[in-house]
Design a protein around this ligand. Structure first.
Ligand code: SF4
Length: 510
């Protein structure tokens, strides 16, 4: 048997993607920003999925997936981005390509689908997503969309998101390219734009990279409005074709999800002269930084005073509840696995505010500089991983003795099967996590999951590496027909589990 060399027992080619925290100033020896290794069964989603996740919150758009029905499995329900008005985006549309379409081409089917949707919904925009098979058979999406656009007099935008043609980040880029087509050039050019003077006219901002999951952005916009700032649009949470079209009127872009939106922010800076700042609206420290640096940017004493007032009032209001939860969760160990690095970084601070320690941190789309920042922000011994697969995450949770995993829908069952508490930050949640009240919601969810009585009632590992080995031996024992109850004694389980016969015990862990 090959000797284990890495932090976890994984494919040799995956070892460079897993490392530990480095000292400040040291380059992080972590491979990242590459396409997923074939056969590694990455948790990362495909290009199409990356595009869909960014565009789906555009509430009045038709999102038409040109491909087999399986690709359309990504629906609004996977990530409930809320709308304050129209909810066309909650319906899923697909051309449902079948074998005959793949043999003879799906262009006619797509064209008919667009006509039918126009008749039914009269939308202001249609996004047409390309999928793997469309890339393979070569349907001319651009030509069909161009014709449909002329015929119906609305933008029908092809999203070049064939699943195989890169990674999730390429999907973000394809989505931003589509958004660029909806942003209209403002009346004044960048050179003519009047100087921002909060005493004379209300400064305007866009929030980039907030998808209004569970209504997040509705807890953030009022903070800026209280500071005398108008939020033109949040891209893309709770946005409409009309609000997006006015985005170039902004004086400043605040970028929260940098992985998905830095590309658009840079383009808006080049094209319209709109500068951008990174910001996070999660956790007391990061919200404070976001409000203060926005006020600083506009250089208004009035705005700075208002920001301080908001921070004092809101912090005093939520601290009693945060302190109560902190007493219940302090010292617990957290694992973070996010799509993008910005959320991972802000979560480190959020957990510190709850007195918790981060022992694993990973992302699907982080770049070298993101991981360097992550490395400086975590404690010694923390494992940092890029583009992980379920087996790596499972082994890390056990080895690092995590008490809680915070991640998205695909990671939930990895944690639950190990008896580890879980908090969904990205997809399935129904309460806001941003803003001051959102942080209280997050703290309560972390507490509820870590301290849930369910962990006393279900099979739970001791979270020792030996336990995993022991379990592997037990499975081998069953496969070879030998009794294996003895080995399971190393694993802390409920009495019912210990009383089951070996075969049943093994089946129950599947
Ligand atoms: S686009 Fe390709 S990889 Fe993505 S869901 Fe469809 S078939 Fe799967």
């Amino acid at each position: 048997m090959k000797e284990k060399t890495g932090i976890v027992d994984t494919l040799e080619e995956r070892q460079p993607y897993i490392t530990r925290k480095q000292e400040k100033g040291q380059a992080i020896p972590l491979a990242c920003d590459n396409n997923s290794l074939a056969g590694a069964i990455s948790q990362r989603a495909c290009v199409y999925s990356g595009a869909r996740v960014v565009l789906n919150p555009v509430t009045d758009a038709i999102h038409l997936v040109h491909g087999p029905i399986g690709c359309a499995g990504y629906t609004w329900d996977i990530r409930g981005a809320k709308s304050s008005g129209i909810e066309t985006n909650r319906s899923s549309f697909s051309t449902d390509m079948k074998e005959l379409d793949i043999v003879f081409g799906g262009e006619k089917k797509l064209s008919n689908a667009i006509d039918e949707l126009m008749g039914l919904y009269c939308p202001p925009v249609i996004f047409v997503y390309s999928t793997c098979i469309v890339g393979i058979i070569g349907d001319d999406l651009e030509a069909i969309c161009k014709n449909a656009s002329k015929k119906h007099n609305i933008p029908v935008i092809p999203i070049k998101s064939e699943g195989f043609k890169g990674n999730k980040s390429d999907g973000y880029k394809a989505a931003c390219d589509a958004l660029k087509q909806l942003i209209k050039r403002p009346q004044e050019t960048a050179e003519k734009k009047p100087e921002v003077n909060p005493e004379v006219r209300k400064p305007k901002i866009n929030i980039l990279g907030d998808f209004n999951v569970a209504g997040d952005v509705w807890l953030v916009k009022p903070l800026f409005e209280q500071m005398g700032i108008e939020v033109i649009v949040s891209l893309t949470g709770d946005s409409t074709t009309r609000s997006i079209s006015g985005a170039a009127e902004a004086d400043l872009n605040l970028v929260q999800c940098s992985g998905s939106m830095n590309y658009l922010a840079k383009w808006m800076q080049r094209e319209y002269g709109i500068p951008y700042l990174s910001a996070s609206f999660f956790g007391i420290e990061d919200i404070s930084i976001a409000l203060r640096k926005t006020a600083e940017y506009f250089d208004s004493e009035e705005m700075k005073k208002k920001a301080e007032e908001i921070l004092e009032t809101e912090t005093n209001r939520i601290m009693p509840e945060i302190s109560r939860v902190r007493e219940r969760v302090k010292g617990k160990k957290a694992a973070i696995y996010m799509g993008g690095p910005a959320k991972a970084l802000t979560l480190i601070k959020g957990f510190a505010e709850l007195g918790m320690e981060v022992v694993i941190i990973g992302t699907q789309t982080g770049k070298k500089e993101d991981y360097e920042q992550i490395s400086y922000s975590v404690r010694d011994g923390t494992v940092i991983v890029d583009d992980a697969n379920p087996l790596e995450l499972a082994e890390l949770l056990v080895k690092q003795k995590a008490d809680l995993m915070v991640a998205g829908v695909k990671e939930r069952f990895i944690a639950y099967k190990l008896g580890v508490a879980f908090c969904d930050f990205n997809h399935d949640r129904v309460v806001e996590f941003e803003g001051f009240d959102g942080f209280v919601n997050f703290a309560r969810e972390v507490d509820a999951s870590i301290n849930s009585p369910v962990w006393k009632a279900v099979r739970q590992r001791t979270l020792k590496p030996e336990a995993v080995e022991s379990e592997r031996e037990a499975v081998k024992g069953v496969n070879s027909g030998k009794p294996c109850v003895k080995q399971y004694k190393d694993i802390s389980m409920g009495p019912d589990f210990l009383n089951t016969k070996p075969d049943a015990a093994v089946k129950s862990q599947a």
